[in-house]
Design a protein around this ligand. Structure first.
Ligand code: HEM
Length: 276
């Protein structure tokens, strides 16, 4: 090809880029509900976050499947990709992080009862982390595809369930009650699992490289930390934008989010550290 070759301009139908990316669809999905010029970035940030949720769910489902098949390296690669993606997700708070109440008010009433609380993809993330609740399906009764996906996820083992099953196969004393638990219920932390993680983390000689299970534990800890950061960035942005008003979704607002943000993801991976 000659030095000054320019890109092709001539395509019979749509461009191959369009065929792959569907940019025309993607960039015409923005329908603000108010005349406020600041609403566009609120809407697009929300859409961007939905796309990151989708990628992250894909990575965690890949990791969950790989763990079931004892392919720990494949699982860890997927988790590590998700860590970079969570960093990008969290960075996308920037355009909304300093909204004033007056700025937010200029389009808030147009949102009606709309709230991120109704995000099905966020719920899929929480389910994969072990935070299951059948009640979270209720808002989606009118959307068959979304409902079916959430219902399937509710009854499947979470990422953390598969981690614990792997630890059991590796000979660690994971109680039968944990392995046989009702998967559609929220995972409840236990002292036995805390002890299992303390054993994993404490079980190597000085100077030895970290074991495969420690590396897996650390990838999960990175995930847990970044999810916790997303919740807290959301909380602070909300506190700045609306103080202690009630949420558009009908919750107590900041007070409700504070309670949600206080939870640790993969709790025993944090508490076990006191015993290593
Ligand atoms: C600064 C703008 C924002 C404010 C003031 C805000 C406010 C709130 C409030 C008050 C709630 C509690 C439920 C309710 O009553 O509505 C909530 C929940 C939620 N919001 Fe936002 N939000 C903002 C931006 C976003 C964005 C950009 C997303 C991205 C998708 C998002 C996703 C969520 C999710 C997933 C929940 C449910 C959290 C849970 O179930 O623990 N929010 N938001």
């Amino acid at each position: 090809m000659s030095h000054d070759a320019t890109p092709n301009l001539d395509f019979a139908g749509t461009t191959p880029y369009e065929d792959y990316v569907q940019a025309d669809v993607l960039t015409h999905l923005q329908h603000p509900l108010s005349d406020d010029p600041g609403e566009m970035v609120f809407l697009v940030t929300t859409q961007v976050m939905e796309l990151w949720f989708t990628v992250i769910v894909h990575e965690w489902e890949t990791a969950t499947r790989a763990l079931r098949e004892d392919r720990v390296q494949v699982a860890r690669d997927a988790l590590k990709r998700s860590v970079r993606e969570l960093e990008a997700l969290n960075a996308s708070w920037r355009p909304l992080a300093q909204l004033t109440p007056a700025q937010f008010n200029s389009y808030r009433s147009a949102l009606g009862e709309g709230s991120g609380f109704q995000s099905a993809m966020y719920r899929r993330m929480e389910f994969l982390l072990g935070d299951k609740a059948a009640s979270m399906l209720v808002p989606h009764r009118g959307a068959p595809r979304v409902y079916a996906e959430l219902e399937k996820a509710l009854h499947e083992p979470s990422l953390y369930d598969e981690v614990l099953r792997l630890l059991a196969r590796r000979g660690l004393p994971v109680p039968e009650a944990v392995l046989e638990r009702d998967l559609s219920q929220k995972y409840e932390p236990s002292p036995e699992i805390e002890k299992v993680w303390a054993t994993v983390y404490g079980g190597q000689d000085v100077g030895e490289p970290d074991s495969e299970l420690v590396l897996l534990g650390e990838a999960l800890t990175d995930v847990g930390e970044l999810v916790w950061r997303w919740r807290n960035d959301h909380l602070v942005a909300t506190r700045r934008a609306m103080g202690s008003k009630t949420g558009t979704g009908g919750s107590a607002g900041v007070a409700w989010l504070e309670k949600r943000a206080r939870k640790n993801v993969f709790p025993e991976l944090w508490t076990a550290r006191s015993h290593v």
